[in-house]
Design a protein around this ligand. Structure first.
Ligand SMILES: [Zn+2]
Length: 378
């Protein structure tokens, strides 16, 4: 029947007849799906796919039946599941679970928990089944990643991330999961195991996809933040604000800029004194000493390992928040994470806490410097 002929037939039917026809088609489709699963059980059990020239059941489904890889994966998982657990097949026949639901529970069913899980998933929606499955699984390790995905939509298309249901959906769909894990694996191989963040080139106007896994507490806090913020705030707006607040408190460059502003204001007030000299920034102020009672500085009697915050911030700013290790060919390390403050002349050999004697190194280069120092002193 052509599309035109079908349209003519359907046009003559009443609404009620259309509904009945649709219901019947869905029922047939469901019964056919079970028939396909039963056939798959036999095809695998008798190794028919091998005799027919296919390397695997997956190869059979994708090449012979032209199933997409995710669909083939779902059918195979479901077929094996109903073969091992007849209760699941009964549930499927009674339409108390969908084929997708069966493929989802397939990985967690054991002889011990099958009865309980079958009872729990019976009649549940896919999203609810995902929650039940998650409670039986150890979460897979999610590789933290930031990857460019395209340019900002100039028309400002609707951002789906603002959908509350989407934000707090427990798991991606199997298809989404499949595609994402492939990408993540590829990227891991390409970047040689380094954090993808380090290899990003900043491009204004680009949009990025950021992935990480989080605890239940984080999800709860995020849900709460969403509740207390305006409805128009999406995940980016909420986390963006939180990060800005954190940087305002912790970023040495911002702290340093504020400190310089304060000093300039102070000096303006007490005119007659010399203007701000950046070199004087490294000197700890009385305020720093007050902040850390009991901890001396290089100026106090009795040496202390404690480096005043002001001095740390000045060194961090001068070194641009980046490891200063430079190779003999002039290549500078680009690490901006796990940074440590290092004394060029070691503290134990009388090295001072001063801008000139301090530098930023990443953990690896700090250890390398320490090893080289101990070798030269042997
Ligand atoms: Zn380094």
């Amino acid at each position: 029947m052509t599309t035109k002929e079908m349209e003519t037939v359907l046009a003559k039917l009443s609404n009620h007849e259309i509904i009945r026809r649709g219901d019947r088609a869905v029922r047939c489709r469901h019964e056919l799906a079970i028939e396909i699963l039963d056939c798959l059980v036999e095809i695998e059990g008798r190794s028919i796919f091998l005799k027919e020239g296919y390397s695997s059941l997956f190869d059979y489904c994708t090449r012979r039946w032209h199933y997409s890889p995710p669909k083939a994966g779902r059918f195979i998982a479901a077929a094996r599941c109903i073969k091992n657990f007849s209760a699941v097949r009964n549930l499927l026949s009674q339409r108390r679970i969908t084929l997708c639901g069966v493929s989802r529970i397939a990985g967690i069913l054991t002889d011990e928990n099958a009865d309980r899980i079958v009872r729990e998933v019976s009649g549940k929606k896919y999203v609810e089944i995902e929650k039940i499955v998650a409670s039986f699984k150890i979460a897979p390790k999610t590789r933290e990643s930031i990857r460019p995905i395209g340019l900002q939509d100039p028309a400002g298309g609707r951002d789906r991330s603002a959908d509350h249901e989407d934000l707090f959906r427990p798991n991606p769909t199997p298809e989404h999961y499949q595609i994402e894990s492939d990408i993540t694996d590829d990227r891991a191989a390409q970047s040689g195991g380094n954090s993808p963040v380090e290899h990003l080139i900043q491009r204004p106007g680009h949009r990025y996809e950021i992935r990480f896994s989080a605890s239940e507490e984080f999800r709860r806090d995020l849900g709460r933040a969403k509740t207390v913020c305006s409805r128009s705030w999406n995940l980016e707006a909420i986390l963006g604000r939180a990060i800005k607040d954190l940087l305002e408190k912790r970023d040495p460059e911002r702290k340093e800029a504020r400190r310089k502003k304060r000093e300039a204001r102070k000096q303006e007030k007490s005119r007659g004194r010399s203007p701000v000299n950046p070199a004087t920034v490294s000197e700890p102020t009385a305020k720093d000493e007050k902040k850390t009672p009991g901890r001396g500085t290089q100026t106090s009697p009795g040496r202390s390992r404690h480096i005043p915050d002001q001095l740390r911030d000045a060194v961090f700013t001068r070194d641009e928040g980046r490891c200063t290790y430079t190779s003999s060919l002039g290549i500078r390390c680009d690490a901006t994470a796990h940074l440590q403050i290092d004394h060029i002349t070691p503290y134990c050999r009388g090295g001072e806490h001063s801008v000139d004697n301090l530098r930023i190194l990443c953990g690896k280069h700090n250890r390398l410097a320490a090893r080289e120092m101990s070798l030269t002193n042997r």
